[in-house]
Design a protein around this ligand. Sequence first.
Ligand code: ZN
Length: 349
Amino acid sequence: MKYFDGHNDVLLKLHLKKNINPIDEFYNGNNFCQIDYPKIIQSKFVGGFFAIFVPDSDPDDDFFNRMNQKEYDFPLPSPISTEFALDSTMSMVDILKKIEKNSKNKIEICTSGNQLHKCMMDNKIGVILHIEGAECIDENFKNLDKLYNLGLRSIGLVWSRNNIFASGVPFSFPSSPDRGDGLTELGKQLVKICDDKNILIDLSHINLKGFYDVAKYSSKPLIATHSNAHFITNHSRNLTDEQLKIIKLSNGIVGINFATAFLRNDGKMLEECALTNITDHIEHLMKFLGEDNIAIGSDFDGAVVPKEIKNLAGMINLENHLYELGYNKELVEKIFYKNWLNFLKLNLI
Ligand code: ZN
């Protein structure tokens, strides 16, 4: 089955790994990334949002382990400077550009849904360049123009740390996503500019007030590239039923996230996580979104995923699981790639 993915962090993984050639590791395959070229070929991956996330200068290696407690409520990570964020962002853009250049015409950065569709027809991998957290954008939006010219077409306003545009939700369980303030004035301006320039705005990880502000100030369908149902997993970073209703009203889309902390009922980031945890979320999201507005945003290379999936090559196990539950091929195709493709053809112009 073809597969289009709403979110991965492979550029971050390649950027952080020391003493390697990221392009060689990507093309030869490796054991530290959940996405690489051999796994792409094995899985019939047709493309996805490739995120650029700027890590702290001193990344917390214990972050996932600390989520394995009964309850947790991490403070928001400290804000970072625009210069620091731009510097890291540009080095990940550079990795992506080199991956594209060395792809023998098999991987293409796409700036529209139609280009993505053509890539799929031509058996190429279509990449949407996405930033997870808008810290690299300055208050005069000059860096936005620069990144737009490099192919940026999707922005998650916040990851978790606050920035000059919006506030993120902390990693907290159990918790509501209603934490902190909504968009700043600059955030409202950024939403308007993104709408005008046809840059997608991703609402995964924004807090509840920020979500409502984007719903109010953006004229476009609402997108959460990688978020799950708060009703099933009471995690601050999942979407409430009210949010799902608003996304559906806008004819937006939600990608299911495989990060086990957002899937498991106890909020722990452990690879022990049944495929039924994923389908429980799919079922709940479909109650609100129907069959045409649900997709996948795996979070590969950015999270611990269920061991039965493990990496991109394991998507076949989820596909088979859906058939075992009685899903027909038409619905699996929608969830795996058709809904994203149709959405992007309509909304990434
Ligand atoms: Zn994320």
